[in-house]
Design a protein around this ligand. Structure first.
Ligand code: NG1
Length: 408
């Protein structure tokens, strides 16, 4: 909610409820460095948590109501009763991200206690930076703590991923997990089913720049449909490949997931099989997913080896694949990527689901100034998008995950 009238959550809480808050729940947004549309295929990703976050100043209630105001007039107050069948707001309404964790927690645990709260956020909205999962996590953490539900990190992250599907997006598990489990100074190599987090330090002189096209990537309506369609296409491609593996007796066991398939046959044979069995869109989606998984593994090696140009090459390849095979780029995203590279970046790519939102750019301390200047001069100034420019272009600081605590 960076463009509205922002206030501090704690002082807004006093104004709304006439008393100070007792607790604060906070959860950061994220920028995904590489590994796009792989999480829901159980393939790896490599995001960092951002210094930008959702904060909720709150006070537990003695009943099951949640009353949540925001500091941004664009996002109206939501109020609901905790339970396993909470009626959703209209599609795309921000309140569904607050209801989602209440709904899933009430299905799983005997929670009964709600809270009065004020939510404040400086994560750009509908920009592919997971402002939505940050809300899910912050509300989820608040409800879990005040109801004394056990919060084991990985199980909770999986639960929050399940929770967010309440909003109608068949999303993967990356956003909730990085927002909960990231460490300051590190990227997170994440694998799924079961969820595993490996923390990889980001070299001190690397700078990841986030730049927002200004085109909202709304996770409702058409964009949600396209996202869900991509997931179905990936599933259909996998089913056809697995059928062929079984028919031709290509593996000792029947690999029914992407990781199992890659383990059984290796990436080269998997791709060759794809070319033989699939065609059209399914082949393109399959090729993106399989090659992107390989790029994540390589990117982790480049990160560990502090090989900035090697990492950049992988980012460029990821963008190309998302543009031509996965069809999730846009004219604005392509333009921003080209400008970043012209400005001296080591690499750049769209980040998040795509079809609008942000790109992520890799530079180092010596090149980042030129990259930022070029982005502003060639993308933001000509479009008169210079108001709130610090929300539109900024350096991502690899930050720590969510927390819940008492107000001192
Ligand atoms: P965005 O739309 O950027 O928050 C979505 C999914 C992720 C992942 C990426 C694409 C949700 C909550 N998030 O992220 O799980 O699939 O797209 O890599 O659905």
């Amino acid at each position: 909610m960076p463009h509205g009238a922002r206030n501090d959550a704690a002082s807004a809480f006093r104004e709304h409820f006439g008393a100070p808050p007792t607790h604060v729940a906070r959860a950061p947004g994220r920028v995904n460095l590489i590994g796009e549309h792989t999480d829901y295929n159980d393939l790896p990703v490599l995001p960092i948590a951002l210094q930008r976050e959702v904060r909720i100043a709150l006070r537990p209630r003695n009943d099951g109501q949640v009353v949540l105001h925001t500091t941004d007039s664009e996002f109206p107050t939501v109020e609901f009763e905790i339970g396993p069948g909470i009626p959703p707001e209209s599609s795309g309404h921000w309140g569904n991200y607050a209801k989602a964790p209440a709904n899933v927690l009430a299905r799983r645990f005997a929670i009964w206690r709600g809270f009065d709260g004020v939510l404040d956020s400086d994560i750009p909205v509908a920009a592919g930076l997971s402002s939505s999962s940050a809300i899910v996590n912050a509300v989820g953490l608040a409800l879990a703590h005040i109801n004394e539900v056990p919060v084991e990190e990985r199980a909770f992250a999986e639960l929050m991923a399940e929770a967010e599907r309440y909003t109608g997006t068949r999303g993967g598990g990356m956003d909730q997990a990085v927002s909960l489990g990231a460490r300051a100074g590190c990227a997170v190599k994440m694998t799924f089913n079961p969820l595993r987090l490996q923390h990889v330090p980001v070299p001190e002189d690397w700078c990841f720049v986030v730049a927002d096209t200004g085109v909202r990537a709304e996770k409702s309506g058409a964009a949600q449909k396209t996202y869900n369609l991509r997931r179905t296409e990936c599933e259909d491609a996998l089913t056809q490949i697995v059928d062929e593996v079984v028919r031709a007796d290509l593996a000792r066991t029947n690999p029914s997931t992407y990781p199992a398939l890659l383990r059984a046959l290796g990436a080269e044979q998997v791709m060759a099989l794809g070319e033989q069995v699939l065609e059209g869109n399914l082949l393109r989606r399959f090729r993106h997913v399989v090659t992107e998984a390989g790029r994540v593994e390589e990117a982790v090696d480049r990160l560990r080896g502090a090989d900035v140009s090697g990492f950049g090459v992988l980012m460029d390849a990821s963008h190309g694949s998302l543009r031509t095979d996965f069809l999730m780029s846009s004219a604005e995203l392509d333009e921003l990527v080209a400008i970043a590279c012209e400005g001296g970046a080591a690499g750049a790519r769209l980040t998040g689901a795509g079809l609008g939102g942000c790109i992520v750019v890799l530079a180092d301390r010596t090149t980042v100034g030129g990259v930022l200047e070029t982005l502003v001069a060639e993308y933001f100034e000509p479009r008169k998008l210079t108001e709130h420019i610090d929300d539109r272009v900024f350096i991502a600081v690899p930050s720590a995950g969510a927390s819940f605590g008492a107000v001192p």
